[in-house]
Each structure stands twice: as structure tokens, then as C-alpha cells.
Design a protein around this ligand. Structure first.
Ligand SMILES: NC(=O)c1ccc[n+]([C@@H]2O[C@H](COP(=O)([O-])OP(=O)(O)OC[C@H]3O[C@@H](n4cnc5c(N)ncnc54)[C@H](O)[C@@H]3O)[C@@H](O)[C@H]2O)c1
Length: 330
């Protein structure tokens, strides 16, 4: 068992290796050395914003681990200062199938999301590591992503924040000031935050797209569309779209899925992040470049496996001897 504080210590102490494990997992996925079936959604008809998702996955290559992340998303938790997401990750031995470990996974999930967003940001921006950042939806995933952008040495001339809940933007601004020594401007509207920003991060909990004005992206920004359901079909169609996995991204009523349903094709997707890293298509600096990652279970298994091995080495993993007391057949 690896509890949250141990997960945090391992990640904080090994950010370069965690970043490398995320990129390696994407590359293994690209080369066909992973299994990443569809996520499974438990939804509540009486509470449509809440869900619990199961993400099973297997990584081959040198990792050879399987696992499943079971992650809850309850946006209303925010009202009592409880994080929206909570999660566990079970890792399995891929040769016997036996579960090996249970890890606290909300931080693993946020970390793999943020590290992959940072990798995308520097890979798809014409002038990376500088410019004006806009953060739309200033919660936990935004905070983690900004931490990783700063870790990767982005240096912003300006940071603009917009959240439908002004208090959330105030919390974020205070965190930036106290923890990162950075000043941010809280904006009163989406348009004020987005206009003239070169890197735009969407981390809201919107269920339906609302950004329909193409002029808001007239400066051809790099867009990290982590919340997947913010940008309307006409703006998706006017942009270059980069995904983590096209089959996954065009599901569950994401902006890209709605675009496919409206157009009847997938021609608006240029390719995956690994296609960008491998220069298999040309990035277009004259159009907005939108990275929409569905969030692959293979990333959770990759980061979780790294955390487990490091926590075992440092003695921070909690052993449960004889958990499978009946595993011998006779
Ligand atoms: N693609 C991925 O791999 C991935 C992984 C993890 C989380 N996510 C997504 O990231 C999003 C954010 O997660 P979180 O844990 O930070 O949530 P959170 O509840 O901590 O923060 C979300 C913030 O967005 C704000 N918000 C909601 N609707 C808005 C709107 N229309 N405009 C501006 N602000 C708005 C809320 O007030 C809140 O402050 C979620 O949608 C989650 O599903 C994506």
C-alpha cells in the first residue's frame, strides 16, 4: 500500500523521472506495446455532474505491469472544500495477474495529466517557455499543471485567471503569490482572459461547450484543453487538433466527439502528441493548436509503477503480509 504522503514525496523528489515515464508511456502506446481498453463510466441519473470512472490498462516494454485506476469526480465537493477527484490505483503483476499494490491515485492522476500537458505545451508551441498564460477554471488540475509548466522552466510575462467562481480564482492567485512568488490578474470574463494569451489552459468542469467565438483565438494560441468540453465545434474546426489517442478522445461527448458527430468524419484531427514528437505532420503556427488528451490509463500505470518501486526502495510502502493467504492451491 502506498499512502498519499509517500506518493507526494516520491513525485516531488523525482520530477524528471516522472516526466520521462509519461513520455515513455505515450511512446509505448504509440508503438502498440500497451493495452488501453475504453474507460467505464458509473453515472448517477439524479446527479449528472458526478461519476466514477474505471480505467484499466497494461504496459508492456520494460514495465510489464497492468492495473486499474478507479477515480471519482464529484464537482459539488468543492462547496465543502473537498477535492473533486479521489482515486485508488491497483497495480497487477502481468505474469500471474496478482494485484501487487494499492496506491493513493488522485495525485498520480493529477501528476500524469499535468506532466503530459507540459510535454504537449512545449512540443506544440511555436515559441515555447514564454508568453502570456490564461487559466480557465482555477482548481486542482490547473494548479498541478502550472506547477509542471514552471518545473519545465516556463517563464510567463503575464498570468490571467478566470473562474466562474471568483473565490476559486482568489485562492489560485494567493497560491501563486505565496508558493511561486508570481502575480496573476483575475479577469471578469472569459474573453478578457483568453484574448492575447499565447498559452491557454482549460481545466473547468463544464459539461457542454461554451467557447463559440473564433475571434477569441485570433492570436493562434496553444490551447491545453484538459477539460475536453469547453470549445464549440466551429472553433475546433478552425484549429489544429492534437490528441493522446484518437479513438479515446472521440467519445463521451467531448468537443472532439461532438465535432465528429456533426461532420461525420475525423479529418479535423491532425494526429497524436507522439506524431508531433516524431514530426509526422507539420504544426501550423497560423492556427490555434489545441491539445485534447482523454487521459490514458497507461499513464497512470506508468507513473504508479514508478511511485511503487521508489516507495519500496525508500521504505515508504506499507506492507500487508499474507494478504492473499489462500493463494497456494493445495
Ligand atoms: N484530460 C485529462 O486527462 C484529465 C485528467 C484529470 C482531470 N481532468 C479534468 O480537469 C477538470 C478540472 O479538474 P479539477 O480537479 O481541477 O476540478 P476542480 O473542481 O478542482 O476545479 C474546476 C474549476 O473550474 C471552475 N469552472 C467550472 N466551470 C467553469 C467555466 N465554465 N468557466 C470557468 N471556470 C469554470 C470551477 O469553479 C472550479 O474552480 C475536470 O473537468 C476534469 O475532468 C482531465
Amino acid at each position: 500500500m502506498v499512502p498519499g504522503p509517500a506518493v507526494k514525496r516520491v513525485i516531488d523528489a523525482n520530477k524528471n523521472q516522472v516526466f520521462a515515464s509519461v513520455e515513455a508511456a505515450y511512446r509505448l502506446h504509440d508503438s502498440g506495446s500497451t493495452l488501453n481498453p475504453d474507460s467505464y463510466f458509473l453515472r448517477y441519473p439524479s446527479n449528472p455532474s458526478a461519476r466514477i470512472i474505471a480505467l484499466p490498462a497494461h504496459i508492456g516494454g520494460e514495465v510489464q505491469k497492468s492495473g486499474i485506476k478507479w477515480i471519482s469526480s464529484f464537482p459539488a465537493n468543492r462547496a465543502t472544500n473537498l477535492a473533486r477527484a479521489s482515486a485508488v490505483l491497483i497495480l497487477n503483476d502481468a505474469s500471474t495477474g496478482y494485484p501487487l499494490a494499492c496506491l493513493e491515485a488522485s495525485l498520480i492522476s493529477a501528476t500524469r495529466t499535468a506532466a503530459s500537458a507540459a510535454l504537449a505545451a512545449e512540443s506544440i508551441s511555436p515559441n515555447p517557455f514564454a508568453g502570456t498564460l490564461a487559466v480557465i477554471g482555477t482548481g486542482i488540475i490547473a494548479r498541478t499543471t502550472v506547477e509542471w509548466l514552471l518545473f519545465r522552466n516556463w517563464n510567463f510575462d503575464r498570468i490571467k485567471l478566470y473562474d466562474v467562481d471568483h473565490n476559486e480564482a482568489e485562492h489560485f492567485s494567493k497560491w501563486l503569490r505565496d508558493q511561486c512568488n508570481l502575480q496573476a490578474n483575475i479577469q471578469d470574463s472569459l474573453a478578457d482572459a483568453v484574448t492575447d494569451s499565447s498559452l491557454i489552459l482549460f481545466t473547468t468542469t463544464a459539461l457542454d461547450p461554451y467557447l463559440a467565438d473564433k475571434e477569441l483565438f485570433a492570436q493562434s494560441p496553444t490551447v491545453l484543453h484538459l477539460s475536453l468540453r469547453d470549445i464549440c465545434v466551429n472553433v475546433i474546426l478552425a484549429s489544429q487538433n492534437i490528441v493522446d489517442d484518437v479513438d479515446h478522445c472521440l467519445k463521451a461527448n467531448t468537443s472532439l466527439h461532438l465535432t465528429e458527430m456533426q461532420t461525420g468524419n475525423r479529418n479535423f484531427v491532425s494526429g497524436s502528441l507522439v506524431d508531433v514528437l516524431e514530426k509526422r505532420f507539420k504544426l501550423d503556427p497560423q492556427r490555434p493548436r489545441i491539445f485534447s488528451p482523454f487521459g490514458l490509463g497507461v499513464l497512470d500505470v506508468a507513473v504508479g509503477n514508478f511511485v511503487l518501486e521508489a516507495a519500496k526502495s525508500s521504505g515508504e510502502a506499507v506492507e500487508l503480509p499474507d494478504f492473499f493467504s489462500n493463494s497456494a492451491r493445495w
